[in-house]
Design a protein around this ligand. Structure first.
Ligand code: ATP
Length: 742
């Protein structure tokens, strides 16, 4: 049993203001004891137990355990082009050292002989980067493209950068990527890393995916909703494209080549996938390149943020060079830990290396996310604080140590009543698959270590894989996409069937938004909505804005609402100052037009100020610049879609707020509530009694009618992002008239 030595000065007591899982409660910062004394921490040890070597046979390739880092840092940030030195034979040598290399010919042969292949290989064996290149180099893809799907954007972009380097080309040439709101592809592109959602979207324009000869579904164990949609569709596409010549019909007329499908993962229920694809061939790739030693704590660590803090400094003070990757459930914990680490790092003695902290979560703009890939300055140790977006597929150069809190956030559908349920993010324990993937991030360039902040017994008790998203999330958006493909959710063959209740809820929502008629058929409005990469309510609002002549305003508002973090910074330390700043933007009608005021002010500042000036302004105004930057990016993409659809995105209602509120209301019609005599609000389309969230500018107001962006579920059901409208606006909406008539 190994025991990590005491970490001086870091208390073992739970964080003074430990945050509880909040599902959207206002951000709560943890005050840091600034006068915290350095003291002997011998009683504060986090004892970790060396449990087992990671499975697999470490290859004695000279990159083993205690060798100093030998390899050059290779990965280029997403979107950058490879350098000419990449022709460097060392990269080709590294490719040959990967465990998968010895099986190269056999893998190509198996894929050639089978329509569907399920390929299982340990993390780091080389599946994601090598298999597409083998297929391309062998000529198996013919003149078609090879798509490799990823559940997350950052994996798709960074893999494209790596494989482009290996192919000695620029990203967007032979090797490209396509993710929501960003693409680097050209007519030369033959290998395309793509998020599963983008490939589902491609189905809308090309239902047989005719440009592709191979589709590789990577990290299939995650069972995202999009991956499941794809898996179901690939089966039907193969029935057309791979049918015998005389039965091919339409596809044969178009002379489409057969489609090869490869399902890949390190941790997959291989038999289940194989069975779904009529007993598809399963191939196992043995071995990993570098060993990862895994430790578990001897006791559970309820305060996982504090445990992560202590473990990090134990590594930092006691262990040799190598960067650290810490997995946390969400942005809130990341920001809290970032502050704590910074505080203690500032107090380190001079002879201890400095700490460079890099946060990594979905809401960060891509430019900030790609910072994790840049080389660590000499004399420093990089500490990456990440959510599970860094869990699969990516290689972060320099990472030798992983700290796994064992927690993640999971989207889950909270069913209240058909048509009024909503997805909420809950913090929960991870699965064994996730734990294996997280540990795998440590053994990419050399041997590594993974410190699990949970016991070995907890690991054994974890479910092997997560419940598929199709069984736990809202289906509205996917159902709309399927309708555009002429498919019915209810009739499609899925690996796991969705709950009937969730299907009914999605049908009802789409009907109330006007996307479906009362025979469940797609309406022209529904088709128009599906063209926008937006949640259906926001797509509906955007379509409404075209008629109401306020597309410019609605685009600005929904771009902020589609960003992955909140616009306003909540701070307990300077609550009054934050409230004062917010008051400057306040619009009487509530939060939506307040958001618009912020965007307009930000645009003015952006036009005259430098990047630093902009940041400064955001800080003074207690605004989240990351949210605004992401929103501007989203808005630019949406404007492009409008231009392609010949929609005038400049159309503005000027100072007339009525049309803007009416357009938003069309999209958020299910999210409306009327004031009751007792001061509470009752949903118009559902049974819930809701309160206005304290973060809203209408929090202390009593308005006859409101609409809101979402419900959050804490001690009460809170409506967040609230505006008030005259009751007559609601009564004017056709679906509401229909309902009252009924
Ligand atoms: N961006 C990169 N920079 C440096 N090395 C890389 C990069 N991407 C991949 N590699 C090297 O290639 C190896 C194989 O990576 P690859 O993603 O193909 O493995 P994998 O089997 O798909 O693993 P996983 O299941 O974790 O995605 C890594 O372990 C690493 O050594």
């Amino acid at each position: 049993m190994a025991k990590i030595s005491a970490l001086k000065g870091i208390s073992n007591s739970p964080h003074p203001h430990r945050r509880h899982s909040s599902h959207g409660t206002p951000h709560h910062k943890r005050p840091i004891k600034r006068d915290h004394a350095w003291m002997d921490g011998s009683d504060d040890d986090l004892e970790v137990k060396r449990s087992k070597k990671h499975t697999g046979t470490p290859k004695k390739s000279g990159h083993g355990a205690d060798h100093p880092r030998k390899k050059p840092r290779l990965s280029a940030p997403a979107g950058s082009s490879s350098s000419s030195t990449s022709k460097d034979a060392s990269i080709q040598e590294q490719r040959k050292e990967l465990p998968i290399y010895t099986g190269k010919d056999a893998i190509v042969d198996i894929i050639r002989e089978n329509d569907v292949t399920v390929l299982i290989g340990e993390t780091g064996s080389g599946k994601t980067t090598q298999v597409p290149q083998y297929l391309l180099e062998s000529g198996l893809a013919g003149s078609g493209m090879i798509a490799v799907t990823q559940p997350r954007k950052v994996a798709a972009t960074s893999l494209a950068a790596r494989v482009a380097t290996e192919q000695d080309t620029s990203v967007g040439g032979l090797v490209g990527y396509s993710v929501r709101f960003d693409e680097a592809c050209s007519p030369e592109t033959r290998i395309k890393y793509v998020t599963d959602g983008m490939l589902v979207r491609e189905l809308l324009g090309d239902p047989l995916l005719s440009r592709y000869s191979v589709i590789i579904v990577d990290e299939a164990h995650e069972r995202t909703l999009r991956t499941d949609l794809l898996i179901a569709n690939l089966k039907t596409i193969q029935q057309v494209r791979n049918a015998p010549a005389d039965a091919k019909g339409k596809a044969s007329a178009a002379k489409l080549s057969p489609l090869k499908v490869v399902i890949m993962s390190a941790t997959l229920e291989a038999e289940k996938f194989s069975k779904f694809y009529n007993n598809a061939k399963i191939v196992y790739v043995k071995g990993r390149q570098h060993p990862v030693t895994i430790y578990h704590t001897s006791q559970s660590q309820p305060d996982y943020v504090d445990a992560a803090l202590r473990t990090f400094f134990q590594i930092h003070t006691d262990r040799p060079q190598g960067d650290v990757l810490i997995f946390l459930p969400g942005q809130e914990d990341i920001e809290s830990l970032e502050k704590s680490i910074q505080l203690y790092a500032n107090q380190l003695p001079k002879d201890v290396p400095g700490v460079l902290i890099c946060p990594m979560y979905a809401a960060l703009p891509p430019s900030q996310q790609s910072k994790i890939f840049s080389p660590t300055p000499s004399g420093m140790r990089k500490c990456i604080l990440a959510t599970n977006i860094a869990e699969t597929s990516i290689t972060i150069p320099g990472i030798k140590y992983v700290i796994d809190t064992g927690k993640c956030k999971e989207k889950r559908y909270v069913a209240r009543q058909a048509g009024t349920g909503f997805d909420t993010l809950l913090t929960r324990d991870i699965t064994q698959s996730s734990a294996v993937q997280r540990a795998g991030r440590a053994g990419r360039e050399g041997s590594g270590y993974c410190f699990r902040l949970y016991t070995e017994e907890s690991f054994r008790k974890m479910p092997v894989t997560a419940e598929p998203e199709i069984r736990r999330c809202t289906l509205t958006s996917s159902m709309l996409q399927l309708k555009c493909l002429g498919q019915n959710f209810e009739e499609l063959e899925f690996m796991d069937k969705p709950d009937e209740e969730t299907v009914v809820a999605a049908l009802k929502t789409l009907f109330l938004l006007g996307a479906l008629d009362n025979h469940r058929g797609l309406t022209p409005l529904g088709r128009q909505m599906a063209a926008f990469p937006l949640e259906p309510p926001f797509a509906r609002a955007l379509v409404a804005s075209i008629e109401l002549g306020c597309t410019a305003e609605v685009l600005s508002i929904i771009s902020v609402l589609s960003a992955s973090s909140h616009l306003f910074v909540d701070t307990t330390e300077a609550r009054d100052a934050a409230a004062d700043a917010r008051r400057k933007f306040r619009h009487l009608s509530g939060d939506h037009l307040t958001v618009l005021n912020v965007v307009r002010a930000y645009e003015e500042v952006a036009a005259s100020e430098s990047k630093a000036g902009r940041r400064d302004w955001c800080r003074k105004m207690f605004l989240n610049e990351r949210c605004l930057a992401e929103a501007m990016n989203i808005r630019a993409q949406l404007r492009d879609v409008c231009t392609r659809m010949k929609i005038d995105w400049r159309a503005s209602a000027g100072d007339n707020e009525g049309p803007v509120l009416k357009a938003l209301l069309q999209g958020l019609v299910l999210n409306t509530a009327f004031l009751r005599p007792d001061g509470s609000y009752k949903q118009v389309m559902g049974p819930s009694v809701v309160k206005i969230h304290p973060s809203s500018s209408l929090a202390d107001k009593k308005m006859p009618a409101i609409f809101y962006d979402e419900l959050v579920y804490t001690t009460h059901v809170y409506a967040r992002g609230v505006s008030t409208v005259p009751k007559s606006f609601i009564a004017e909406i056709p679906v509401f008239r229909l309902r009252t008539a009924a």
